[in-house]
Design a protein. Structure first.
Ligand code: PLP
Length: 382
C-alpha cells in the first residue's frame, strides 16, 4: 500500500473488509485459541498470544504508517520498551537519551540493569557525547525526540550513522509526534517504538504499545518476544487503535494548528518563561525540527516561578484537565516534577532542567480560541 498518500494509508492499511462477511470494520476476534485443520496445520492462527487476526491487521497498519517491515502490538508502551530490550544479554551496553520519559528510566534502572545490562544516559542532542559513549559492546542506542518534557531534539540520522559505525542499532520512541509527523526508519533508525495510548489511539480510552522493525530479523526477534514473554495487545484494544488510526492524520493536523497558536500565545506572555516548543523559530533546534519532522506537534512545556504558582494555574484551568498522558482529543496540563518525572530524584530533575514550576501541555483538538482563553484566565490567577 506504500504507493498511497498518508491519509489514504491511515484509512485503508490493514483495514480492508472482512473476507467472510464484507464488514467494513475489522472484526474483534475474541478467541484465545483457533481450531486446527489437522496435525500441525491451521488457517493462519493457532493461539492468540502467538497471533490474532485483529492484532495482525493493526500490526500491518503500524508497519505501513512507519514504513517498516513488521509491526508488533503490546499491552502498553512500557511493555513495548520491555520487549525492545528483552533480546539484550548480560554484558551488553545500552545508551539512552538522558531526557526520556521517566517510566523508561524506571524500567531500565530498576529492572533491566538487574539483568547485567549496562545502561548509560547521555545527552543525545550532542553528537560528540553520543560518539564518546559508544563501546564495542554497545548494542542499542535508545532515543526519544522531541524529549519529555523539555522538547529537546536528537538528530536521528546523525545518531544512526554513529551507532551503525559501531555496530549498534537505534530505536526511537516516536510517541510525541506520531507516525504522521516523524518517520525514524526513513531517517535511518532501526526500530520505532510508540505508546499507542497517546496519539495513535487518540481518545484516552485504552493502553497500548508498539514496536516497528525495519528488517526480517526484527520481525523474527519481536515475534519471539511476543510469543515467549506474552505481553500482547488484546483484540479489543487493537480494534480501538485501528479505529483511532483512521482519523490520525486529521486529528494531528488540528492538534498541530492548535499547538502552534498556543505556543505563539505563550511565547509573549509575561508570566511564562522557558517555553519549549520546536515549532517556534526561537527554539534552538528549529532547523533540525524542520529537517527531520513533518510538523511540530502539540506538545510543549513552560515554567512558572514556583510549585505554588503551578498549583494555582492547574487549579484554575476550566477546559484543560490536570492529568498525566498526552495525545488525546482533550487538552491536558500536568506538573512535570510530580507526574511524569515524579519517580526521578529532585537532584536529577534539577540537573535535567525540570524545576518545580514546569508545566507540560498536550494541546487537544478543541477550538483554539477557547483553549487560549482558558490558559489566559488560568495564568491571570498566578
Ligand atoms: C514518550 C513516552 N513513551 C512511553 C510511555 C509509556 O507508555 P504507556 O503509558 O502506554 O506504557 C509514555 C507514557 O506516558 C510516554 O509519554
Amino acid at each position: 500500500m506504500s504507493e498511497y498518500k498518508y491519509s489514504t494509508l491511515a484509512v485503508h492499511a490493514g483495514q480492508h473488509p472482512d473476507p467472510l462477511t464484507g464488514a467494513v470494520n475489522v472484526p474483534v476476534y475474541l478467541s484465545s485459541t483457533f481450531e486446527l485443520t489437522g496435525i500441525g496445520t491451521d488457517r493462519g492462527w493457532d493461539y492468540s498470544r502467538a497471533g490474532n487476526p485483529t492484532r495482525d491487521r493493526l500490526e500491518y497498519a503500524l508497519a505501513a504508517l512507519e514504513g517498516g517491515v513488521s509491526g508488533h502490538a503490546f499491552t502498553t508502551g512500557m511493555a513495548a520498551i520491555s520487549a525492545l530490550v528483552a533480546p539484550l544479554h548480560a554484558g551488553d551496553h545500552l545508551v539512552c537519551s538522558r531526557d526520556v520519559y521517566a517510566g523508561t528510566v524506571r524500567l531500565f534502572d530498576q529492572i533491566v540493569s538487574g539483568y547485567g545490562i549496562e545502561i548509560e544516559y547521555v545527552d543525545t542532542s550532542d553528537l560528540t557525547t553520543v560518539e564518546a559513549a559508544m563501546r564495542p559492546n554497545t548494542r542499542l542506542v535508545h532515543i526519544e525526540t522531541p524529549s519529555n518534557p523539555l522538547m529537546v531534539l536528537t538528530d536521528i540520522a546523525a545518531v544512526s550513522r554513529i551507532a551503525h559505525a559501531h555496530g549498534a542499532e537505534v530505536s526511537v520512541d516516536n510517541t510525541f509526534l506520531s507516525p504522521v509527523l516523524q518517520n525514524p526508519l526513513v531517517l535511518g533508525a532501526d526500530i520505532v517504538m510508540h505508546s499507542t495510548t497517546k496519539y495513535l489511539n487518540g481518545h484516552s480510552d485504552g493502553l497500548g504499545g508498539a514496536l516497528i522493525g525495519s528488517t526480517a530479523e526484527h520481525k523474527e526477534r519481536f515475534l519471539l518476544v511476543q510469543k515467549a514473554a506474552g505481553a500482547v495487545m488484546s483484540p479489543f484494544e487493537c480494534f480501538l487503535v485501528l479505529r483511532g488510526i483512521k482519523t490520525l492524520p486529521l486529528r494531528v493536523q488540528q492538534h498541530e494548528e492548535n499547538g502552534h497558536a498556543v505556543a505563539e500565545f505563550l511565547s509573549t506572555h509575561p508570566k511564562v518563561s522557558r517555553l519549549a516548543y520546536p515549532g517556534l523559530k526561537s527554539h534552538p533546534q528549529y532547523d533540525l525540527a524542520v529537517k527531520q519532522q513533518k510538523g511540530f506537534g502539540s506538545m510543549m512545556s513552560f515554567e512558572l516561578k514556583s510549585r505554588d504558582e503551578a498549583a494555582r494555574f492547574l487549579g484554575a484551568l476550566k477546559i484543560f484537565l490536570n492529568a498525566e498522558s498526552l495525545g488525546g482529543v482533550e487538552s491536558l496540563a500536568s506538573h512535570s516534577a510530580t507526574t511524569t518525572h515524579g519517580s526521578v530524584s529532585e537532584e536529577i530533575r534539577a540537573s535535567m532542567g525540570i524545576n518545580e514550576g514546569r508545566i507540560r501541555l498536550s494541546i487537544g483538538i478543541e477550538d483554539k480560541e477557547d483553549i487560549i482563553a482558558d490558559l489566559d484566565q488560568a495564568l491571570a490567577t498566578v
